[in-house]
Design a protein. Structure first.
Length: 198
C-alpha cells in the first residue's frame, strides 16, 4: 500500500489517466467517502485526467468529488450518445457509437473476455445494433476505459468501489480483470479507505 504522497509523486504526470469507478450499488455510509476520494485526488494533483463511465452509483459519486473541484479534469467514456446526460458531470464524454472501434483488435480481444457478452461483442462490432447487442456497448466501454484506443490514452491507474462480498463480478469485475491483464495497478476501497482516515 502506497501513501497518497507516493501516489501523487508516481502518477501526477502529463498524460496520466486514472479510472474512478465501481458498483452501482453503494452503501449509504460510503457515498460520502467516494466523493471525498474524488475531491482528494483532484485537489492533490495537477495533471491527472480522471476517467469514468457515467454509471449510477460509484461512478457518479467519484465524479461528483472531482467535478466539485475541477470538472475540466473529468472525462466520461459512455456506451452511447446521451447516456445519462442529465448526470454527466464531465467536461468531455466519448460515446462508443460515435467512434470507430470495429478495427481495434485489442478492444475486441479484451471485450470478448467477458463471457456473458462475447458473442454480442462480435455482433456489435459488425454493426448489428439492437436492444440485445447494445449490452455489448457497456462492456466495450469498460474495456476502452482501460485500454484506450487510437489517440485515447490508456489508463495508468484505477480506483474501484467493488462488492467485497462478491468481488470482480459484472462490468466492474471485467474492468478490474482488464486492468490486471494490462498491468494497470489499482486499488479497491480496502486500500483507499485508509487515505481518508488520516
Amino acid at each position: 500500500m502506497i501513501s497518497l504522497n507516493e501516489f501523487v509523486n508516481n502518477y501526477d504526470t502529463p498524460n496520466s489517466v486514472v479510472l474512478l469507478e465501481g458498483k452501482r450499488k453503494v452503501k449509504p455510509v460510503d457515498e460520502k467517502r467516494l466523493q471525498e476520494l474524488g475531491k482528494l485526488l483532484a485537489s492533490s494533483t495537477k495533471h491527472i485526467l480522471f476517467r469514468s463511465g457515467n454509471a449510477d452509483g460509484s461512478d457518479y459519486f467519484f465524479s461528483k468529488g472531482v467535478a466539485d473541484f475541477n470538472p475540466q479534469r473529468l472525462q466520461n467514456i459512455i456506451p452511447y450518445k446521451g447516456h445519462r446526460s442529465r448526470y454527466d458531470l464531465a467536461s468531455e464524454s466519448i460515446a462508443m457509437d460515435e467512434i470507430d472501434i470495429a478495427q481495434d483488435d485489442e478492444v475486441a480481444y479484451y471485450s470478448k473476455q467477458h463471457k456473458g457478452t462475447n458473442k454480442l461483442v462480435d455482433q456489435y462490432l459488425d454493426g448489428k445494433i439492437n436492444r440485445y447487442t447494445i449490452k455489448a456497448a457497456y462492456i466495450i466501454r469498460d474495456t476502452v476505459k482501460v485500454t484506450g484506443y487510437s489517440d485515447l490514452t490508456p489508463a495508468t491507474f484505477a480506483f474501484f468501489y467493488d462488492d467485497l462480498d462478491k468481488p470482480k463480478l459484472g462490468g466492474t469485475g471485467h474492468t478490474i480483470r482488464v486492468c490486471e491483464e494490462k498491468n494497470v495497478p489499482y486499488f479497491t476501497q480496502t486500500d483507499w479507505f485508509q487515505w481518508l482516515e488520516k
